[in-house]
Structures are given as structure tokens and as C-alpha cells.
Design a protein around this ligand. Structure first.
Ligand code: 3HC
Length: 278
């Protein structure tokens, strides 16, 4: 696993709890510590709620190795990348990983929600064994995983990843083509951006917009609370990638979202977004 942020730490937890041996790579010793704290606190919560026995808690943590050295991934059969949603960072990682992995059959997968998978394959030197595997937040709870083969992924890679998601993790896959947004974000992000525009234009309060969708449509949470959960910087980045690809105005982030991200109001992870978090 590369990246121990919101998604990466959740994906590591899912794998380790499913009995899979995981190495989590972060960029610095400080980032490694933060990732370890994220994984541990989520496991503490599961232990506290009686969803995980002490024995399973201990064995789950034993299956995870934390490091800031990318070379530690050399012997892996699968690498899932969930680094920052920046194309330059991901291209550099896929270029380096293509050289580091010693197993010729190893698969390189990205949890990107918008960057073309085909580009990551092209720089890796193993384009047939590269594809997208997109988890949802919170990863330990959400059952869905999107599988995204690119133009150059082999059918065998897709089938191996399908087996990993279903038999390995016990999650439910859907398959999407390699276009910005895939299935879920293509539907979700314009909805979230529309809610932000509605709030920006003063239609209703944040609480009432959210209440409307929770009580009126049975959603588990409203669009502004969900944007806070995903991270406003992430919602904005996905909107921009989708706009770049399709030039659809509904995908373009509204000015309020730009300003909130500039101000460091990133949602739950920064302690403040459309709502404050304690
Ligand atoms: N980690 C682990 N488990 C968690 C968790 C977390 N971060 N957050 C909640 N849970 C578990 C709880 O332990 C609880 O389990 P239990 O019912 O078995 O005891 C269950 O989830 C429900 O949690 P809560 O009772 O605390 O709270 P809610 O009932 O309000 O549920 C929620 C919280 C699961 C986040 C729910 O509100 C929800 O499903 N929200 C929508 C989330 C969503 O749409 N995610 C997709 C985002 S899009 C995305 O990720 C793609 C990306 O590219 C942007």
C-alpha cells in the first residue's frame, strides 16, 4: 500500500483484517507515524465497539509493516497506490515501482478517482498488469470497489483483481471504463457541487440542505456533510479532472469551494468544513 491518508489507512485496515500481509509506505517518518496512528485508532474503535476481538486486533496489527522506504515493496504481489491525487506524483511512483517490483506477475493498482489509468500503465513498463481499483470512504464500511481496466490492462489482470476484491476482501466490485470519475463520482460529484452552489447562493442553510436529502431522499448523510467527509480538496480535485476531460460546466468547482480549500477548510480531516468537527 502506498499512502496512509484517509483512504490509504482505511484500505490497509480492510486488507489486514481480511488476513492479508500488508506493507504501508509513506513519504517521511512523520507521515509513517501519522498513518500508523490512523490505522490504530480505527482498530481501537472497532475493538471498543466489540466488533474486533483482542486476538484479531493483535493479529491484524502484526500483519501490517509501516515504512518510508519504497524499496520495501520489492517482493509484493500487489501494490495499491493511494498517494496524493496529483498526476506528477503518481506517474513518478508508477515509473519507480515498475523497476522495484521483482515478481514479474505483480499487479500495480491505483485508487485514483480521476487520473487516467492508461497513463500510469504507460510509465510503469508493465502496462498489461496495471489497473484502477477504487475504494470508497470509509473503506472499512463501504462494500463497493470500482475496477477500472485501461485500454492496455490484460483480461487476466482484471480477473485476478476481481478475485482479490471478492474472495480476498469480501467486497462487491463493479467495472467501469477508464474515464475521469468512473461510475460513482460521475454521478456523485456534480450532485455535491450543486449542493455547494445552492448553499453559496443562499437557497438554504447547510443543515437544511443536508436535512432535505437525509429525510427527503433517505440518504445516510447530506451532500455538504458528505463533502466534509470526503475532503473538500478531494471533491474539488475530482471536479477539476472531470471538467478537464468533459468540459461539462456542472463539474466545475464553484468559487466558494475554491476559497474554502485556499483557507484550509478541508472538512472533517482539518477540523472544519461546512461544519465544525471537535
Ligand atoms: N471506519 C470504520 N467504521 C466506521 C467508520 C470508519 N471511519 N465510520 C463509521 N463506521 C461504522 C461504525 O462502526 C458503524 O458500524 P456498526 O453499525 O456495525 O456499529 C457503522 O459504520 C455506522 O456508523 P455510525 O453509527 O457511527 O454512523 P452512521 O450510521 O451515521 O454511518 C457512515 C456513518 C457509514 C459514514 C454513513 O453516514 C454513510 O454511509 N455515509 C455515506 C458515505 C459515502 O457516501 N461514502 C462514499 C463517498 S465517495 C468516495 O469515497 C469516493 C471518493 O473518490 C471521493
Amino acid at each position: 500500500m502506498i499512502g496512509g491518508g484517509l483512504m490509504g489507512s482505511g484500505i490497509v485496515e480492510v486488507n489486514a483484517r481480511a488476513g492479508i500481509d500488508v506493507t504501508l509506505v509513506e513519504v517521511s517518518p512523520e507521515a509513517v507515524k501519522a498513518a500508523e496512528a490512523r490505522v490504530t485508532s480505527s482498530l481501537d474503535r472497532a475493538l471498543g465497539r466489540g466488533k474486533l476481538s483482542q486476538e484479531d486486533y493483535d493479529s491484524t496489527l502484526e500483519r501490517i509493516r509501516f515504512t518510508d522506504d519504497l524499496e520495501q515493496l520489492a517482493d509484493r504481489q500487489l501494490v495499491v497506490e493511494a498517494a496524493s491525487e496529483r498526476e506528477d506524483i503518481k506517474l513518478d511512483l508508477f515509473r519507480r515501482l515498475g523497476q522495484i517490483l521483482t515478481d514479474d506477475q505483480a499487479i500495480l493498482a491505483s485508487n485514483t478517482s480521476s487520473i487516467p489509468i492508461v497513463k500510469l500503465g504507460a510509465v510503469s513498463g508493465r502496462a498489461d498488469r496495471v489497473m484502477g481499483v477504487h475504494f470508497f470512504n470509509p473503506a472499512p464500511v463501504m462494500k463497493l470497489v470500482e475496477l477500472i481496466p485501461s485500454l492496455t490492462s490484460s483480461p487476466e489482470t482484471l480477473e485476478r483483481m476481481r478475485g482479490y476484491v471478492t474472495d480476498g476482501l469480501g467486497k462487491d466490485p463493479i467495472e467501469a471504463t477508464d474515464r475521469a470519475g468512473f461510475v460513482v463520482n460521475s454521478l456523485l460529484v456534480p450532485y455535491l457541487l450543486s449542493a455547494i452552489r445552492m448553499y453559496e447562493a443562499g437557497y438554504a442553510s447547510a443543515a437544511d440542505i443536508d436535512q432535505g436529502m437525509v429525510l427527503g431522499c433517505g440518504h445516510p448523510m447530506g451532500p455538504l456533510a458528505l463533502s466534509d467527509l470526503i475532503g473538500l480538496d478531494t471533491v474539488r480535485a475530482i471536479g477539476i479532472s472531470m471538467y478537464d476531460e468533459f468540459k461539462e460546466p456542472l463539474y466545475s468547482p464553484p468559487p466558494l469551494l475554491d476559497r474554502m480549500v485556499d483557507a484550509g477548510l478541508l472538512g472533517k480531516k482539518s477540523g472544519h468544513g461546512f461544519y465544525p468537527y471537535g
